[in-house]
Design a protein around this ligand. Structure first.
Ligand code: HPA
Length: 278
């Protein structure tokens, strides 16, 4: 066994012994989404430091722990904090965590993030369902993986049935939910206006510094993926405001409560999805 295998094995053993069988649904909470934790009933938390395959990220605004519990009838594990590629240059930071979740028995990875909007019809505060992504840095967390499984089909990376479910929940709540393409920018610097014009011409609707490596890792592991982006700002050059991390956190907090409520409703509704009960 290599060291990642050992870390995964002991992480899964720990999760199993503390929490029993895996919830079907795991959620990565991005900036602004922390409020979702308050919707978890019978919540039990565990720091990443107790889970050897999990990362120890250090970005402001993140707490590094998992929260296990349920929302309505749906059991869930929430990940508060992710490793970002801009922290180290390494885009495999979430590999051990995601592989552990899959090994434990999780079926769905629901990703959330804060993004810059490239479109006037999704101003700050809007939610966008991720229909597809663009891996602009063309970096892969699967470099060096053995076997033919590394040639992962990305043509349906964001699960159509799960997206349909999220749209139904939004409709029932009278909530406007856009759908579009997320482009990954490496960061940590924000984009230039010229880069944003290029991304827009490519067909991107939202830009952010996360999510894409995790989607690739999750598809490789065999997890179904859904993603929701919370627009915290207009992307560079699209508004007069200068971009700062503090501004994105502040705007994430301003709309975070309604985003978290919507997320909780999406999760609760997953309890009625037949394909998750099989
Ligand atoms: N660019 C990249 N990442 C981001 C942005 C942005 O404008 N807003 C929030 N995360």
């Amino acid at each position: 066994m290599n060291t990642q295998e050992q870390a995964i094995a002991s992480t899964v053993a720990k999760l199993q012994s503390l929490f029993g069988p895996a919830p079907e649904v795991a959620v990565v909470l991005g900036s602004g989404w922390a409020g979702a934790v308050s919707h978890v009933e019978r919540a039990q938390s565990l720091p990443y430091t107790d889970l050897p395959a999990f990362p120890q990220p250090k970005v402001e605004g993140h707490v590094n722990e998992i929260v296990v519990g349920q929302i309505g009838a749906q059991r869930v594990v929430m990940l508060r904090g992710r490793a970002h590629t801009y922290e180290s240059g390494d885009c495999t930071g979430m590999a051990g965590a995601l592989r552990s979740l899959k090994r434990w028995g999780v079926k769905v990875l629901l990703q959330t993030n804060a993004s810059g909007s490239l479109r006037a019809h999704t101003p700050p505060g809007s939610l966008m369902l991720i229909a597809d992504h663009i891996n602009a840095p063309q970096r892969s967390p699967l470099i060096g993986e053995p076997g033919s499984e590394r040639f992962v089909d990305m043509s349906t990376a964001y699960d159509a049935e799960l997206r349909g479910h999220a749209k139904k929940v939004a409709q029932a709540q009278n909530l406007k939910l856009g759908e579009g393409v997320y482009v990954w920018a490496l960061g940590p610097q924000f984009e230039t206006p010229a880069e944003i014009r290029m991304f827009a011409a490519w067909g991107a609707d939202a830009v952010g510094m996360s999510t894409v490596p995790e989607t690739i890792l999750a598809r490789h592991a065999g997890l179904r993926v859904m993603g929701i982006a919370l627009m915290t700002n207009m992307a560079a050059g699209l508004s007069a405001e200068a971009l700062t991390h503090a501004l994105t956190l502040q705007q994430a907090q301003a709309s975070g409560e309604s985003a978290a409520k919507f997320l909780a409703q999406v999760i609760a509704g997953l309890a009625e999805l037949p394909s998750l009960r099989a």
